[in-house]
Design a protein around this ligand. Structure first.
Ligand code: HEM
Length: 538
């Protein structure tokens, strides 16, 4: 064949991607030279020595030596699937996002994960689960990077390295792998009482899901939606599984971890292969965008708080169906790069201080994990919208950019030479007023209440669910060596509920402390205890 015409990506036109990665009747080198033998090194005689000039031996081994990339610093263990998101159009009253228009269908890629374990750890450990969704919309990529627990351990991203250092295995012995039953975890969460709410969810049945298919998902932070006229609404995102919320009991989780450490991964892949496509409804809780950004006394910028569904019902806005397994784990599940800063017109962020740190962290970590700044060109990360950026060069650049002037305005590449201002359309940040305030390193007073919502959650549980929580705290704290950490944690439990504290104390053989102050009176929330219940279908 003669020389191929090259596409802007540098690939020969008409040659399918698969043919470049793997295909054809015979084995070749990385650059297509046919190889008759890949089983024997080139030697001086059949008994050696092996010759350094063997280019095929060197290429094969060198490539193998570099097969691994760093695992994610958190959420390293994951499983993923492709799917489709169909919008009901019910969110058009609050957002102009094109993928939320009535009837819009958007391809998606969803990765589920545990947080603390490494890539090879077991699936059914007690941990938070990641629930990250990439929407390949016509206006660019939107990522909803959430968890299966609606609140987070900390209120400010500056503490994220600290909570993760405390939760990961101890730096001296590198144990335990993927569970919270150890001194540093309990030391941290008992010293930072803002972590009480998330920890209680972890100790409940939500910490050991039956399947990814039976988990809720939450965007956690409050986001700001913008409609076509520029009006704004604050929202929290929820994923509700059509199959209902189901968990394992502790004994099941332990047996499964031994017998099939890939249980969740296998369950997801098998269900999709069998045509039993898992589905979730996406819903929003909507709140007026007031200057205070509070709702019913709850600070919407505090990621350790929920808004009970009785106060703000979750309104369904679309349906997610996962219908295809990845064809290559590394290319897709491992190389996918989610980022809370991947936003589309109609969706903006709020000043939640945890979200602010995340907006920096994801791109930063992916530059190391994926070897430079060009991972947006990897097939799984590529936008389905037309890309016309002025980003150039760098490690692993695969685009062959045309033109001579990657800057604007310019008078060389056919662009308007006088254009210097803004164009209509596109992503415009909401011009939120920034308060004139002194620069401080402190949390607002509205972030101070750490116990009334954990109490709300505890009181919403059924008797058997409460038994599971008591057993979980007793087991996990039973693994802690330092007596002072156990005692401090019991004091935290006393601030939630006397029965919880007394029962765990009895299990540990320690005296039960009393709450420092009278416990707040709260009304249990039926929606908080969803275990075993299906989300009503629409
Ligand atoms: C990864 C969720 C807070 C840093 C992830 C993933 C999820 C997630 C689901 C896995 C994405 C995937 O499957 O590839 C959350 C949620 C948070 C939170 C819901 C709080 C509401 C934070 C904070 C930071 C952070 C505060 C740092 C300041 C990271 C990093 C990764 C990660 C560095 C690895 C990303 C990669 O290597 O691609 N997070 N996270 N996260 N998160 Fe978060």
């Amino acid at each position: 064949r003669g020389p191929e015409p090259f596409t802007p990506t540098g690939r020969p036109e008409g040659v399918p991607q698969e043919a470049l990665a793997q295909g054809g009747a015979y084995l070749t080198t990385a650059l297509g030279t046919r190889l008759p033998d890949s089983d024997h090194s080139l030697k001086a005689g059949p008994r050696g020595p092996v010759l350094l000039r063997d280019h095929h031996l060197r290429e094969k081994i060198t490539h193998f030596d570099h097969e691994r990339i760093p695992e994610r610093v958190v959420h390293a263990r994951g499983a993923a699937a492709h799917g489709i998101f169909r919008s009901y159009g019910t969110a058009t009253t609050v957002t102009k996002a094109a993928f939320l228009a009535e009837g819009a269908e958007t391809p998606v890629f969803v990765r589920f994960s545990t947080v603390l374990g490494s890539r090879g750890s077991a699936d059914t450990v007690r941990d938070t689960r990641g629930f990250a969704t990439k929407f390949y919309t016509s206006e660019g990529v939107f990522d909803l990077v959430g968890n299966n627990i609606p609140v987070f351990f900390i209120q400010d991203a500056i503490k994220f390295p600290d909570i993760i250092h405390a939760g990961k295995p101890h730096p001296d012995r590198e144990i335990p792998q993927a569970q919270s039953a150890h001194d540093t975890f309990w030391d941290f969460v008992s010293l930072h009482t803002e972590a009480t709410h998330h920890t209680l969810w972890n100790m409940s049945d939500r910490g050991i899901p039956r399947s990814f298919r039976t988990m809720e998902g939450f965007g956690v932070h409050t986001f700001r939606l913008v409609d076509a006229a520029g009006a704004t609404t604050l929202v929290k995102f929820h994923w509700k599984p059509k199959a209902g919320v189901h968990s394992l009991v502790w004994e099941e989780a332990q047996l499964i971890n031994g017998m099939d450490p890939d249980f969740h991964r296998r369950d997801l892949a098998d269900a999709i292969e069998a045509g039993a496509f898992p589905q979730w409804e996406l819903g929003i809780q909507a709140f007026p965008d007031t200057p205070e950004q509070m709702f019913e006394g709850i600070d919407l910028l505090d990621p350790t708080k929920i808004v009970p569904e009785e106060l703000a019902p979750v309104q369904p806005i679309g349906l997610l169906t996962l219908n295809a397994n990845p064809s290559n784990f590394f290319a897709e599940t491992e190389q996918v790069a989610f980022h809370v800063g991947h936003l589309v017109p109609g969706i903006d962020v709020t000043d939640d201080p945890l979200l602010a740190g995340r907006l920096f962290s994801y791109l930063d970590t992916q530059i190391t994990r994926l070897g430079g700044p060009n991972f947006t060109q990897l097939p799984i990360n590529r936008s389905h919208a037309v890309v016309n950026d002025m980003l150039r060069d760098g490690m692993h650049q695969t685009a062959v950019h045309s033109g001579a002037a990657p800057y604007k305005p310019n008078s060389l590449d056919g662009g308007c030479p006088f254009f210097a201002g803004q164009q209509e359309g596109g992503y415009v940040e909401v011009p939120v007023e920034v308060a004139s305030a002194p620069r401080v390193r402190e949390a607002p007073a509205t972030f101070a209440d750490h116990f009334s919502q954990p109490r709300l959650f505890w009181l919403s549980l059924s008797p058997v669910e409460r038994e599971h929580v008591i057993a979980a705290y007793t087991f996990e704290l039973g693994k802690v060596y330092e007596q002072a950490i156990k005692e401090r944690t019991l004091q935290v439990l006393a601030e939630i509920d006397p029965v919880l504290c007394e029962q765990v104390a009895a299990g540990l053989g320690l005296p039960a402390p009393k709450a420092a102050e009278p416990l707040p009176s709260v009304t249990p929330s039926p929606a908080l205890s969803q275990v075993g219940k299906a989300w009503p279908t629409t």
